[in-house]
Write a protein that binds this ligand. Structure first.
Ligand code: SF4
Length: 397
């Protein structure tokens, strides 16, 4: 795994912080609940920096245009540990990234933490709001106290201007159109440059999956709520640029755009994955770090990481053959309002989108679900991404 792929010579960096103040009923991300005094968070940051150094060395210290520190809840690390992480990354990265995002939950994103982020080179904060409606938060055991939401949004706006994002969820228990509208009005009063509007999904193995279906709004009501939310955001000047993401002009998330274009990325920390694409062959490799923070820490502390590799202790690897990578490129690319990057697709697979999935593009154009100027779903088509992909995949051997 030490050979750098041919595609572009740049890598984004995703860093997974697998700690949260508690666990929300609907969440299937890998995370363990910790208190602020948890003894693992300090060694965890040091181990991350070791892993980052190894990864950057193994892959030839390429350019790193974007860094995303997500989770979990990075803000549970607190200001001091985040300061150490950011300083360590600065000394390792080949240059200043164009975009450096830190995810935070309002209850732990206090002034000290947000100041530390700003001074440490963070260009963007992403706040997990989800809803201001207390009964909905409580029904899902949403982590964090709602009373902090307004105060921390105000702080984010004061320190980062419009360079912050906030997540909202539709289809929550007890949510109706008025509650959603109140959520949106409250959130937009802080003028975030970016909003992610997610529809609640029931993931297998979560506490939510064990609840009766009647606990949630019926699917048609949940769909309607999301569409109302989309319309509200668009009317307020936020452009939908991806299935669930909206932004003011110039405030799109560059890191996520790189994912949707299947650019290379390295993942650090338990449960993180990295994807390396070889444009010469249209194939790729993916690794996933095993989701076990204690084993991961033990491997680093005992020097178990492979010094010739990229912090390679306990991870699984997967080869992405040409049809698999092509399907993934369509899956990710058609989420984006501009569709897959046509030039990259041709370079990678030696054929155009029109040659790869001609029948699907033709049929969906006739149904008026595609943009007229390029191979991309239009606003109505984005609501039907899944059936579109089923048609497209049927054309790929
Ligand atoms: S705070 Fe976020 S990452 Fe943590 S359990 Fe809740 S949804 Fe999952």
């Amino acid at each position: 795994m030490s050979e750098a792929p041919s595609g572009g010579g740049t890598f984004s960096l995703y860093i997974h912080i697998p700690f949260c103040a508690g666990l929300c009923d609907y969440c299937d991300f890998y995370s363990v609940p910790v208190s602020p005094e948890d003894h693992r968070t300090g060694p965890f940051v040091e181990a991350l920096l070791i892993e980052a150094a190894e990864a950057l060395r193994a892959y030839g210290a390429p350019q790193v245009p974007t860094v995303f520190i997500g989770g979990g809840t990075p803000s549970v690390l607190g200001a001091d540990r985040m300061k150490r992480l950011l300083a360590g990354l600065r000394s390792l990265l080949p240059g200043k990234p164009e975009e450096l995002t830190v995810e935070a939950n309002p209850e732990s994103a206090d002034r000290d933490f947000l100041d530390t982020c700003r001074e440490g080179g963070v260009t963007r904060i992403s706040l997990g709001v989800q809803t201001f409606h207390e009964p909905s938060r409580r029904a899902l055991h949403r982590v964090g106290e709602g009373r902090f939401l307004r105060e921390r949004l105000h702080l984010a706006a004061e320190l980062f201007g419009e360079n912050f994002s906030a997540d909202l969820i539709t289809g929550l228990p007890l949510q109706d159109e008025k509650i959603l509208r109140d959520d949106l009005e409250t959130l937009l009063s802080f003028r975030p440059g970016h909003v992610s509007l997610y529809s609640l999904t029931v993931e297998e193995g979560t506490a939510l999956a064990r609840r009766p279906r009647s606990f949630l709004p019926p699917p048609d009501k949940a769909d309607r709520l999301w569409i109302r939310g989309r319309d509200f955001l668009e009317a307020a000047g936020y452009e939908q640029y991806e299935v669930s993401n909206f932004s003011l002009p110039g405030k799109r998330c560059r890191h996520n755009i790189r994912y949707w274009r299947m650019e290379n990325w390295l993942g650090l920390g338990p449960a993180a994955s990295g994807t390396l694409v070889d444009d010469r062959t249209g194939t790729g490799r993916r690794y996933t770090v095993n989701p076990d923070v204690d084993a991961w820490l033990a491997a680093h502390v005992s020097g178990g990481a492979d010094p010739g590799g990229a912090g390679l202790a306990s991870r699984t690897e997967e080869y992405l053959d040409r049809p698999t990578l092509m399907k993934e490129s369509l899956l990710m690319g058609f989420r984006f309002i501009d569709g897959p990057d046509e030039a990259a697709f041709r370079r990678r697979f030696g054929l155009s989108l029109e040659d790869a999935i001609p029948r699907t593009l033709d049929a969906w154009r006739r149904r008026d679900l595609m943009r007229r100027d390029r191979a991309a779903l239009n606003r109505a088509g984005l609501l039907l991404l899944h059936p579109f992909l089923m048609d497209a995949f049927g054309e790929i051997a």
